[in-house]
Design a protein around this ligand. Structure first.
Ligand code: ATP
Ligand code: MG
Length: 396
């Protein structure tokens, strides 16, 4: 094959005894992702993943694009493999990178020799290839301190590889090494970003969405499923649990003190999510909560909503500014869908004067007239489970 990807491992290099397990998970994840693009060999040697198309049918561009969203990789490069001798290396650079050199004003060669049997040192390799390139590209000057373009030569065990500058990978840890978590996914900007951030730490994601038909529409539900689909580009496939929430919201409206509406509703969301999470093997919950953003996101409010849950609640956005969250949403491609104007159930029956410093005692009193258990059981009985994958058709 005349092109191959070298993908450099991130933090997992540091993981000592777990390294093998991490590597094998990463290899498995990459293999699964590459399947959609044809036949690829995926193997790991010397803290580097090799992804090699096996035939001419392979969709190399598609596979390369997909590599950008695989967690556990810090940098990615496309390379030309060649024989381990200086003529072959030079010819490979000329063929593969010659045009890039013609476009640059200055260059240098950086070499790495992990095959210690190779007779030349890395400095000698750089000097020789650099000298020959300087002759064949007289308009591109050697500049070892501040070059516009860098040619990389890696002499490894199986072959030598030449490539231009690497691009950053998705970072994080391989999906699946950190267990599984249940994200409360709304149609807003924040929760998809929260799901992405926890997925980045190697966690598999499931989602739960509370749906209040007819107060919220089918379009609002499709929007959430589409957001989930966009997140699976990074997290891998997931299940979205759609929970019918209308009866609970109406019961709150009819029976409770208005200033507590949102808090009571959020306590239901948390407790129902935890039950689904435990049932589906998730060890934590994720929300897009952000300190001070709205009335239900004060410390006191978080205390009363968190009180119904006994597993960790991850709030990766808690200390971020909206602008920072929006930047990530844009980067991962969820922003455009998030800002579509379909309503969320949180905006149904919102109190005029929500309580911002509630106590647990006040909440328990405010919920007295509700049969919480029966309401939760009926909601759980109506859960619809939807499988979502990145290669599904977009929903909007
Ligand atoms: P987002 O942008 O994620 O909607 P937000 O700033 O609008 O967040 P809230 O509406 O108060 O904040 O919701 C806080 C968090 O509660 C959300 O980030 C999400 O995790 C969860 N949440 C809100 N509404 C729903 C819903 N209908 N289904 C599931 N989770 C929800
Ligand atoms: Mg919201």
């Amino acid at each position: 094959m005349n092109e191959i990807f070298l993908l450099k491992l991130g933090e997992i290099v540091l993981k000592g005894a777990n390294k093998r397990q991490f590597e094998s998970r990463l290899r498995q994840n990459i293999r699964r992702r590459m399947k959609a693009y044809g036949n690829f060999d995926v193997y790991i040697m010397q803290s580097t993943v090799y992804v090699e198309p096996k035939d001419e049918m392979a969709d190399v561009e598609g596979a390369w694009e997909a590599c950008h969203s695989i967690f556990g990789l810090v940098s990615l490069c496309r390379c030309r493999p060649c024989e381990k001798d200086m003529d072959s290396i030079f010819n490979a650079v000329e063929e593969y990178l010659g045009e890039d050199l013609d476009c640059a004003k200055s260059f240098k060669v950086e070499s790495k020799r992990s095959d210690k049997q190779f007779p030349m040192t890395s400095i000698a390799i750089s000097q020789e290839i650099g000298g020959r390139l300087a002759e064949s590209h007289p308009n591109c000057l050697v500049d070892v301190h501040n070059p516009e373009y860098t040619v990389y030569v890696e002499v490894r065990d199986l072959a030598a590889y030449v490539h231009g500058p690497a691009v950053p990978g998705a970072g994080g840890l391989p999906t699946g090494v950190g267990g599984r978590s249940m994200c409360l996914l709304s149609g807003g900007i924040d929760s998809p970003v929260a799901a992405y951030m926890i997925a980045k730490r190697g966690v598999e994601i499931e989602c739960v969405h509370f749906f209040s038909y007819p107060y919220t529409s089918q379009l609002a539900k499709d929007k959430v499923l589409e957001l989930a689909r966009l997140v699976t580009k990074y997290s891998g496939r997931m299940t979205v649990n759609i929970v019918p929430f209308t009866e609970i919201q109406e019961a709150i409206r009819d029976n409770c003190d208005e200033q507590y509406f949102t808090l009571i509703m959020r306590r239901f969301m948390m407790e129902i999510s935890q039950r689904i999470a435990k049932n589906d093997g998730c060890g934590s919950l994720i929300t897009g909560e952000n300190l001070g953003q709205v009335a239900s996101q004060t410390m006191e409010a978080m205390a009363v909503t968190g009180a119904v849950v006994d597993i960790p609640i991850f709030m990766p956005l808690v200390g971020m500014d909206k602008e920072e969250i929006v930047t990530i949403a844009r980067k991962i491609g969820t922003l455009e869908t998030s800002i579509l104007p379909y309503e969320d159930c949180c905006t149904v029956f919102t109190p005029k004067h929500p309580k911002t410093k509630p106590t647990l005692g006040q909440l328990i009193h405010a919920e007295e007239k509700l049969d919480r258990e029966a309401l939760m059981e009926r909601a759980l009985a109506g859960v619809e489970k939807v499988r979502v994958e990145y290669h599904d058709e977009p929903l909007l």
